[in-house]
Design a binder for this molecule. Structure first.
Ligand SMILES: Cc1ncc(C[n+]2csc(CCOP(=O)(O)OP(=O)(O)O)c2C)c(N)n1
Ligand SMILES: [Mg+2]
Length: 770
């Protein structure tokens, strides 16, 4: 970690001014200078940026060490770009194209921005919490010897105060307390304004207690040095100041010096007379903007004083739109300076017209060497951060043997076998689950590999010799991170562990398990993980009404549709154990492939008869999304198309019907997601003159163009019904459209029309002459 360095505060202040100017100018340029092709407002958040420029100057040009990582408040994206522009790692053309196609992104993006972005942000709250899980991953890596203690960094989140309304933050700090997380700085830009309005006064007083009870140190930076000294001389004025509501304070910051004077006269009266006499309106306004988050000395002091690894929350008081004409105005969130305001502000900032992009414009000759030295020091630290990492060999994963198996049980077996066989992959797997480790069949793996804790935790039941199949002691060598029931945390943990290569130079293979319906509980966090290209394997089990007696609330319906619409996540739904082994192998390979993605396996607890394989031809099809389990006769008029755990119903119906319908095919769909992607990709390729049909087009073209397809899934029927659109074949979709309920499988399959009768009727109807 960086030792405290002495920094030239005056130079830092100049850097702050440069950041404030450049971020505002970048937004202004995109809205008022650049040509518009469509007349749409480009937007940007000048006020949100100005609120944070001092904090970011103090961080990037003083406090951050080379191993530290930062999640920047989404609306301060332009400030991050300005930081890199000063450091020389962002170019002018990209800034001129801010919010344009291929230009600097509106919100910091790991995958799309050219500058190094540690964590993407945008959906408020998630960028905050991922830093906590990244710190946990860092502890995991050092404990396992994958990373040197000396390379440990700090994880910083720059937080808008309104982000603290997001529940995922509290779920994260509760989980963090259990794992004794450290090396975290969360810095709140406490400008007391959100998007719509000024924020509630009462709640903020509670945040200290909430964080402290989770083991955090809370440091409040309310006053800058000058304001603090002035108020200390006039205690009545301080008392009056401190009882102002957020709305009153913001309004005064907007109104300026004369308004401060009138309000102080009315509110404090005589005791403030000397103070008011000493300050004209302009100095009054300047003095009251000297809040902690704008005072460079206070920021530097506070950061220097927090050099241990205790997680620390800084509450830095700021003014939204600091130094801009709409500072403090409650409607300033998306406010933009107009050209007249901008020109006036440009002059006030000492920027010459035509030299707006000059990085150090307005920095005088005498001050330049100091500013340049700060920039150089920070540049060297930032440049040291690239982390190269090698690839990991994924061995063949043998399929578990057994005539009857469920995919969920097979998943546990495959992992157990892998654990016993050992090797690099097995050692780099880290599993995690929100309190459903046992019920998703990770138990055997955990018995083998143990729970991870920084400090050892004995298994009391084992010590007391109480019989249990789960022998779970926790050590810093364990490979399973146990989480409480908060699915959002699961996805943030997967996101952080799935970025381990990029963040720490060490690839991990994260596997997260949960019940399929509860994917919805953490959906935005899942999307967030995929958005920044984290790599992991998500195993959702059990799924569908095939869960049977456990009933409706646990029976998932729409996750295959979620997966169909989720970039960066590949859905597989195996029917058989050997398919699952092949898919897991592929999923691990995709985690490590620079052009890969994450995988979602939708599994079932239903034990079904496995099929005899004559050869290995199925394997390639299964990995690409479908294969003919019973090939059709060329030009056949009908096929059953089924996915996952209902394959026995499809097979039985096929047996029964194929006597009457010779050539009837049975297509086993293992990934509607991949089939759909392949289909649209082939269409797009055709516009470029490539004529190769996609996998699904090849499969379906073995049937007659007028063939009928009966699709069957223990999921929303739309998961498969779209297949009719590929070649224009007719479809009878079977699947689940109502909430599930308790029952045995025959009763449920009959009630929800997933049984042989339903298939037979659907086939018959399709074959009837129109
Ligand atoms: C999950 C989510 N909901 C809503 C939004 C829209 N939104 C963007 S910023 C914002 C309020 C930001 O206020 P604050 O966090 O205090 O940041 P400030 O701009 O004041 O610094 C909202 C509601 C969002 N980005 N993400
Ligand atoms: Mg705010």
């Amino acid at each position: 970690m960086l030792k405290t360095v002495t920094t030239d505060i005056a130079a830092l202040r100049l850097v702050e001014e440069r950041l404030r100017w450049l971020s505002a100018w970048t937004i202004h340029h995109a809205n008022h200078v650049r040509d518009s092709a469509d007349g749409l407002k480009v937007g940007g958040h000048q006020a949100s940026c100005a609120s944070m420029t001092a904090i970011m100057a103090a961080l990037y040009f003083h406090a951050l060490g080379e191993n530290d990582r930062v999640a920047v408040k989404p609306h301060a994206g332009p400030v991050l770009h300005a930081v890199h522009y000063l450091l020389g790692s962002q170019d002018r053309a990209t800034l001129e194209n801010f919010r344009g196609f291929g230009g600097a992104q509106s919100y910091p993006s790991r995958t799309k921005d050219k500058i190094p972005v540690d964590f993407s942000t945008g959906s408020v709250g998630l960028g905050v919490a991922i830093t906590l899980f990244a710190s946990l991953v860092q502890d995991y890596l050092t404990a396992h010897g994958w990373m040197d203690e000396r390379d440990r960094g700090r994880f910083v989140a720059l937080i808008g105060d309104a982000e603290l309304d997001e529940g995922n933050i509290y779920e994260a700090i509760i989980e963090g307390a259990k794992h004794d997380v450290r090396n975290l700085w969360w810095i709140i830009d406490y400008n007391r304004q959100s998007l719509d309005a000024t924020s509630a006064d009462r709640m903020f007083e509670r945040f200290d207690e909430i964080f402290q009870s989770c083991g955090w140190r809370v440091v409040e930076l309310r006053y800058g040095k000058k304001l603090k000294a002035a108020l200390a001389k006039t205690p009545k004025l301080q008392a009056w100041f401190e009882q102002l509501s957020n709305a009153e304070l913001s309004a005064l910051h907007y109104q300026g010096g004369a308004a401060w004077r009138t309000r102080i006269e009315a509110g404090v009266g005589k005791p403030a007379a000397a103070f008011l006499k000493d300050h004209d309106d302009a100095t009054l306004a300047a003095l009251f903007t000297d809040l902690g988050g704008h005072c460079m000395e206070s920021l530097v002091e506070a950061f220097d004083a927090a050099q241990d690894d205790v997680p620390t929350l800084f509450i830095a008081w700021t003014i939204k739109g600091y130094g801009l004409p709409f500072a403090g105005h409650k409607d300033n969130h998306a406010g933009l300076m107009n050209p007249t305001q901008m020109a006036a502000w440009r002059d006030a900032m000492g920027v010459t017209e035509g030299r707006e992009w000059e990085p150090l414009e307005s920095v005088g000759d005498n001050a330049r060497p100091g500013v340049e030295a700060l920039i150089e020091r920070s540049r060297i630290l930032r440049d040291k951060r690239s982390r190269a990492f090698g690839s990991v060999t994924v061995p063949a994963l043998p399929a578990p043997t057994g005539d009857e198996q469920s995919t969920q049980a097979a998943f546990g077996r495959i992992l157990l076998d892998l654990s016993k066989a050992g090797g690099d992959l097995a050692d780099r797997i880290v599993t995690t689950s929100p309190d459903v480790t046992v019920s998703t069949n990770l138990g055997a793996w955990v018995n083998q590999r143990g729970l991870f804790r920084r400090s050892d935790m004995a298994d009391v039941f084992a010590r007391e010799k109480i019989a249990s199949t789960q022998k779970w002691s926790a050590t810093n060598n364990g490979q399973h991170v146990e989480l409480g029931i908060a699915e959002s945390n699961l996805f943030l943990m997967l996101a952080a562990a799935g970025l381990s290569g990029d963040l720490f130079g060490q690839r991990l293979f994260p596997i997260g398990t949960l019940y399929d319906p509860f994917i919805a509980r953490g959906l935005d966090s899942l999307n967030y993980a995929c958005y920044q290209d984290a790599r992991f394997l998500l195993v959702a089990t059990p799924s569908g009404i095939t869960l049977g007696p456990e009933g409706g609330a646990h029976q998932s319906i729409n996750p295959p549709l979620i997966a169909l619409g989720q970039p960066g996540l590949r859905h597989y739904e195996p029917a058989y154990a050997d398919e699952l082994a092949a898919m897991m192998e592929e999923a691990f390979r995709l985690i490590d492939d620079p052009n890969g993605e994450s995988t979602y396996l939708r599994l079932s607890t239903r034990s079904i008869a496995q099929v005899d394989r004559g050869d290995e031809a199925w394997r390639d099809g299964a990995i690409h999304g479908a294969y003919w389990l019973r090939p059709p006769a060329p030009g056949a008029e009908a096929a059953i198309v089924a996915m996952g755990a209902v394959m026995p119903e499809a097979l039985a119906a096929w047996e029964e019907l194929s006597a009457d319908i010779p050539g009837l095919g049975l297509l086993n769909v293992t990934s509607p997601d991949l089939l759909h992607r392949g289909w649209t990709a082939a269409q797009a390729a055709r516009w470029n003159g490539e004529r190769k049909p996609s996998h699904v087009e090849q499969l379906l073209s073995e049937l007659s163009p007028s063939a009928g397809l009966v699709t069957l899934a223990d999921a929303a029927p739309a998961s498969l019904s779209w297949l009719g659109g590929v070649l224009g074949q007719r479809v009878a979709p079977l699947g689940i459209e109502r909430f599930g309920q308790t029952g045995n499988l025959p009763d449920l399959y009959a009630a929800y029309r997933l049984d042989g009768d339903a298939i037979t009727e659907a086939v018959a109807e399709l074959l009837l002459p129109a």
